[in-house]
Design a binder for this molecule. Structure first.
Ligand code: VTB
Ligand code: MG
Ligand code: MG
Length: 349
């Protein structure tokens, strides 16, 4: 019997099959790092999460290359740019991978909320250009918003929010969401470098929520229907901007991102390899995640607007993860209960 419907899946769409292995990796990282919650040992937490991620990829027949990894910011133990993940068996699918084994290691060290393990990946044909942009600056200026604001922005000729006074941006977001300014919830990280920005949010009467760390969850929050967050703004890590962009591409929200330099020496260093135009460019999610599709997954370690953290209940451990792909737009919430007495935990080292 013939059918006019497209095939259920293309044999080449291996992202669809393999995405569940990626979420196993973030689950494993969350399960391993939970033991470090509150122990004041950032680096040991990071090392545990890395070993857990390596452990899962060591079993996976892919040819994965890390395009965005940890380490550039804080010299923590990490999985670095250029590393190979997967078995690299001949003919296995090629993936570009961005990851942060723990976003929010300080939070883990202190036992505070807002830490996750996160991976984004894009399948790509051999020889194709990189599917993700590795921004060379430590920090980027980011302003993230949800789908309704994105649609309103497109109607107004697609100006960049980063070129508008923050007050105007908040007024725009309020209008797009049908809210009063005072009900627009803006999240930023509590940092001295955000002093002027914080003053501006307060002076226009909007609702401000400050977090200590972990701005991937903050940037994704406005695109989640029930997060209670309308926008995220601030200067945070550039790798975290690209990871959040993968999620936003799946969820239909977006983010304006521009390199931001904390000192002149760093600007000069980046200028050696980057044009002035690129240093001033405003990137959107599609500019950072260039491939035709991408997957994003994250598992909560401690509670965040994106995900509940790991819970230890008797002999079992519960994890909450989110898994999504931009091609299909499917967003899965995966609540898993792990029996640590029976589970074989893949680890490296
Ligand atoms: C940022 C943010 C991260 O660390 O990189 C921040 O993107 C570092 O900021 O999510 P400081 O250099 O001011 O400490 C995180 O919050 C956690 O890695
Ligand atoms: Mg990290
Ligand atoms: Mg991080």
């Amino acid at each position: 019997m013939s059918s006019n419907l497209p095939p259920l899946r293309s044999p080449l769409d291996l992202e669809r099959v393999l995405e569940f292995e990626f979420v196993r990796a973030t689950e494993n990282a969350a399960l391993q790092s939970i033991h470090w919650l509150g122990r004041g040992e950032k680096e040991l937490a990071d090392a545990a999460a890395c070993s857990a991620i390596y452990g899962v990829f060591d079993l996976l027949d892919i040819r994965g290359e890390v395009i965005i990894g940890e380490g550039i910011k804080d010299n923590a133990p990490g999985i670095f740019v250029g590393e190979h993940l997967g078995t690299w068996k001949t003919g296995s699918p090629r993936f570009d991978i961005a990851l942060d084994p723990i976003d929010g290691t300080t939070n883990i060290a202190k036992g505070t909320p807002n830490s996750i393990s996160v991976i984004a990946a894009a399948q790509k044909p051999d020889g194709a250009p990189s599917a993700m942009k590795n921004i060379p600056s430590f920090y980027s200026h980011k302003l993230a918003y949800g789908p309704a604001v994105k649609r309103a922005l497109q109607k107004k000729g697609d100006r960049s929010f980063l070129d508008m006074p923050l007050k105007e941006v908040i007024a725009f977001v309020a209008e797009a969401l049908g809210k009063n300014m005072r009900d627009v919830v803006v999240v930023t990280m509590d940092r001295p470098r955000h002093g002027a920005l914080i003053e501006e949010v307060r002076s226009c009467g909007a609702a401000l929520r400050m977090i200590t760390d972990g701005d991937i969850t903050a940037a994704v929050a406005p695109s989640l229907p029930d997060s209670g967050v309308d926008m995220y703004v601030g200067m945070g890590g550039s790798p975290e901007a690209v990871l959040a962009a993968a999620a936003l591409k799946c969820l239909g929200g977006d983010m304006d991102v521009r390199m931001w330099f904390h000192d002149e020496a760093h600007r000069a260093e980046v200028a050696l390899t980057t044009s002035e135009a690129e240093m001033n460019q405003v990137f959107r999610s599609d500019d950072l995640i260039m491939g035709e599709s991408a997957l994003f997954c994250a598992t909560g370690i401690s509670d965040s607007p994106l995900l509940p953290g790991v819970k230890l209940i008797g002999h079992r451990v519960e994890t909450h993860s989110i898994l999504m792909r931009s091609r299909s737009g499917t967003v899965r919430h995966i609540h898993a209960s792990h029996d640590l007495d029976r589970k074989v935990v893949p680890l490296r080292g």
